[in-house]
Ligand binder design. Structure first.
Ligand code: DGJ
Length: 726
């Protein structure tokens, strides 16, 4: 049993982690511990009363008549406005009389096997009831009848605990939710850093470490989408934690819209983390009988630094967030025409590119933007999902059949959430976009966003996309989204938009189980766990420059598994053999993810085609390890050089990618220490035999070249000993 209740204390236990809290004075849920596993039976209920200080009880609220315990010192699992807790609240509401004060008290719990689906929202899942256990603790506000149900699911084998809160209006009055967070965790101690992933278009998800100190550090999005600037992820890290060691506490929100995650260092020596929907501009009516479900936060503790945390997220998201036919299947190697042709193509051009792709050994041809309506550039036709027969006289079926005839799958780009003002759809339904009455409709990339909070708009999208998918043998969809919300009609619209989008995606994923969906947000602007639930891979960034990509993929891998990162060799200055070295580094970066090409392959010289074919064959040999193995960041591209290692799930193959990011004429030597190998085994690489222990402890030297794009792919194959075979 991974969840135990004893004497007012809840103990959630995974293979390596314990999370413990208790009921305090029948009112509060107090956080006691989150860290390395403790045995069941340990009693930590003494902790809240350990902190006996002399506090000014005019400014700190005492919880007993002897002024021994103060609310400010209490570590809470749920926090509200009122009662004297001035830290960031997990919950804030306005009641019928205008008051925003709440007063919740403990109201019981239940524990059950498995994990329920979250209504209308993406979430991690258990494949059978034995895989997870769930605890639901109910808190009640007696005056209004509002219930907050705190849900904790424990994935023992995965070392993961998830949280969400369900708000149920069991009273008789209207309630407006102003802040409905998914989780609140109060840490003992104040010496924490906050790790998050910052960015912008073409430089998504760079890791950044901020000191929490005695302020509030908030990472958020108010864009209606998770966005390029901030990712719905933070980790609180001990000051001495690094890639390989130290305590790290990750919070990853399974949501793709407006979010907020904050850490607050308080004046009494604690640190509070809250995570959930962004309270900014949030005002959600909850009528009697209504239920509001918050998104899920996936929480990971690692005693093995940031790398340890990443590997837990990778496995969890690969196996228990992503779904469908492609979850466990090697992902096809892509050739996408976007960087090669832009909007300027016809059927012949596409098939010429596809033909070279097939010769090289690629497996999926993707037709990107520009195949529909009158689209010859980005100024028109979004919403008109009918093939442009001037460009493609034989329709999509003509292209798909020809591509299939070459032995490749055929895939297609859509941007279904958008409408161009210059489109048939907009002319027919000018009120179907997101807009605020009387305000200008701000255009971005000449487009507006369809209002997915409306049922009929969602139905239109489902119908239009389904019709196209049925019109030809389309086995892959790239689902793009090239702008954010600007003017919203009211404060419920952004969340309703997300619920609408999730419904559309769920319907399409169910209706087309053989289609591989890939998310995209103008590059990597919506690379989040919510999207991965429906689409098991995402276009990582529009920036395919390999040195820039190293940083983007490195940062993305802090949370997201490499199999989810679409990584293509982008358009390079093809046709000149002197660029071979450049193709080589592009390949090494792309091969460390979900691999493909994104260029006009017809422009490759004969030598480059041979090189491209060798690269594709090499990736095929490594694909299982890269896509399903354990990932180790040995060196960071932010520190000059980069080295990444993958170890296959069966431990039989390890792949080391090294990259030189700066010129190193007369440079300093580099040595890397491999991880995840068996110390007693031997490994063969490039004709040499190495001991696992030596690779881990003595390491290997990385060849230094003058050229900044230099590097290697080293494949270590385990030599099975007689002993191991038996
Ligand atoms: C943005 C995407 O990130 C690109 O890959 C490409 O699909 C363009 N949109 C097409 O408009």
């Amino acid at each position: 049993m991974s969840i135990k209740y004893h004497n007012g204390q809840f103990h959630l236990q995974t293979k390596r982690v314990s999370y413990i809290f208790s009921v305090y004075r029948g009112l509060y849920l107090t956080h006691l511990y989150w860290g390395a596993r403790l045995e069941h039976g340990v009693d930590l209920t003494y902790l809240p009363e350990e902190f006996i200080f002399s506090r000014a009880n005019a400014f700190h609220v005492p919880l007993d008549s002897e002024n021994r315990v103060f609310l400010s010192d209490l570590k809470l699992e749920f926090s509200v406005v009122g009662g004297g807790d001035y830290r960031v609240p997990a919950f804030h509401a306005r009641y019928g009389d205008g008051s925003t004060v709440s007063e919740f008290a403990y109201g019981g719990y239940q524990i059950y096997r498995g994990k329920k689906k979250l209504r209308g929202l993406p979430a991690t899942y258990a494949e059978n009831a034995a895989e997870a256990q769930t605890l639901e603790v109910t808190l009640r506000d007696a005056l209004t009848g509002l219930k907050a149900v705190l849900c904790y699911s424990v994935f023992e084998e995965y070392d993961v605990i998830t949280r969400n809160i369900r708000y149920e209006n069991a009273g008789a009055g209207e309630i407006a939710l102003l802040s409905a967070q998914s989780a609140c965790v109060d840490f003992y101690g104040k010496e924490y850093n906050l790790l998050h992933l910052r960015g912008d278009w073409a430089r998504e998800r760079y890791p950044e470490v901020l000191s929490v100190g005695r302020g509030i550090v908030t990472i958020d999005s108010k864009r209606g989408m998770s966005g390029h600037a901030h990712n719905p992820f933070i980790a609180l890290t001990a000051k001495n934690a690094d890639e390989n060691s130290g305590e790290v506490y990750g919070f990853s929100l399974v949501y793709s819209g407006n979010f907020s995650m904050s850490a607050e260092g308080d004046s009494c020596g604690g640190t509070r983390v809250t995570a959930g929907l962004n309270p900014f501009g949030f005002d959600w009516p909850l009528a009697p009988g209504d239920v509001f479900q918050t998104p899920e936060v996936v929480m990971v503790h690692s005693g093995e630094g940031i790398g340890g945390m990443s590997r837990v997220y990778h496995r969890m998201y690969r196996e228990r967030l992503c779904r469908g036919k492609y979850r466990d299947a090697p992902r096809p190697m892509v050739i996408n025409n976007w960087e090669g042709t832009g909007f300027d193509f016809d059927e012949k051009k596409l098939l010429d590119i596809a033909k070279v792709g097939a010769e090289i050994g690629l497996e999926l041809f993707v037709l990107d933007d520009g195949w529909f309506g009158a689209r010859g550039g980005d100024t028109c036709s979004l919403g008109d999902w009918h093939v442009n027969s001037a460009k493609l006289p034989n329709g999509l079926r003509g292209v798909a059949d020809a591509v299939n005839g070459m032995g490749m799958k055929f895939g297609l780009w859509f941007e279904p959430e958008m409408v161009s003002p210059d489109s048939l759809l907009y002319r027919a339904h000018p009120d179907w976009c997101v807009f605020a009455e009387g305000r200008k409709r701000t255009e971005n990339r000449y487009q507006l966003v369809l209002d997915l909070s409306r049922e009929e708009v969602c139905e239109y999208i489902i119908g239009a996309v389904s019709e196209v998918l049925r019109s030809a043998n389309i086995e892959y969809v790239k689902w793009d989204c090239n702008r954010n919300l600007t003017e919203t009609a009211d404060q419920t619209q952004p969340h309703k938009y997300m619920l609408g989008l999730y419904r559309v995606l769920e319907t399409l994923a169910e209706r087309f189980p053989n289609v591989l969906f890939e998310g995209c947000g103008g590059g990597g602007g919506r690379f989040d766990p919510g999207m991965l639930y429906y689409m098991p891979q995402t276009w990582t960034s529009d920036n395919t420059n390999p040195i820039a990509r190293l940083k983007i993929q490195h940062g993305t891998s802090v949370v997201y598994p490499p199999i989810t990162m679409a990584a293509h060799i982008g358009s390079i200055d093809t046709g000149r053999d002197c660029r071979n070295a450049f193709m080589d580094v592009c390949a090494r970066v792309a091969m460390a993810g979900n691999f493909g090409f994104e260029m006009d392959l017809t422009r490759l010289s004969a030598a480059e085609r041979r090189q491209a074919a060798e690269i594709a064959a090499r990736y095929k040999h490594l694909r299982q390890t890269v896509q399903f193995g354990d990932f180790y960041r040995l060196e960071s591209p932010f520190d000059g050089g980069a080295a990444w290692e993958f170890v296959s799930a069966d431990g039989k193959q390890a792949v080391l990618f090294t990259y030189q990011t700066q010129t190193a004429l007369n440079g300093e030597s580099r040595r890397v220490f491999l991880k995840g190998l068996s110390p007693s085994a031997s490994y063969r690489c490039n004709g040499k035999v190495y001991s696992g222990a030596a690779l881990a402890r003595a390491g290997i030297g990385i060849a230094l070249e003058a050229y900044e794009y230099a590097g290697e792919v080293m494949v270590f194959e385990k030599i099975e000993s007689e002993f191991e075979k038996n």
